[in-house]
Design a protein around this ligand. Sequence first.
Ligand SMILES: [Zn+2]
Ligand SMILES: [Zn+2]
Length: 153
Amino acid sequence: MPTFALETNNNAYMETVDAYNRLMEHGIRPSMQRIAILDYLLKHATHPTVDDVYQGMSGEIPTLSKTTVYNTLRMFADNHVAQMITIDDHRVCYDGNTEPHVHFYCKKCGKVFDLFKELAPTMDRQFFCEGHLVDEKQLYYKGICKDCIAKDI
Ligand SMILES: [Zn+2]
Ligand SMILES: [Zn+2]
């Protein structure tokens, strides 16, 4: 019995179901670890890195390896189950929200925020551009976040 199924919180249960359904919709076999990793992403909309996900989950699933987390998140991104965010030169982070939205990177604290009010490039289907096949569009903004601005005042 996986630990997440024991949670009594109704919302947490719903998200686990969401994770299962999303994997099925994308033709991915919903193994316990895959459900758990996607579930973690859906519950942590902070754009976690492989390390963040691994450290956040290893307490609950001690058998989980960092390689599994790495490979699973990559596979999710390849299959559009999650978004890979490469806004920071030094780390890759992941987003369970696959709706097009703009990301903002704070150059001071390194956090990645969602900007839902900005117009994001939509991506309905793949298309050719000057002979290249495009299957992903990302719009990244960078600057200083409101928390860091508040700290400076
Ligand atoms: Zn900041
Ligand atoms: Zn996001």
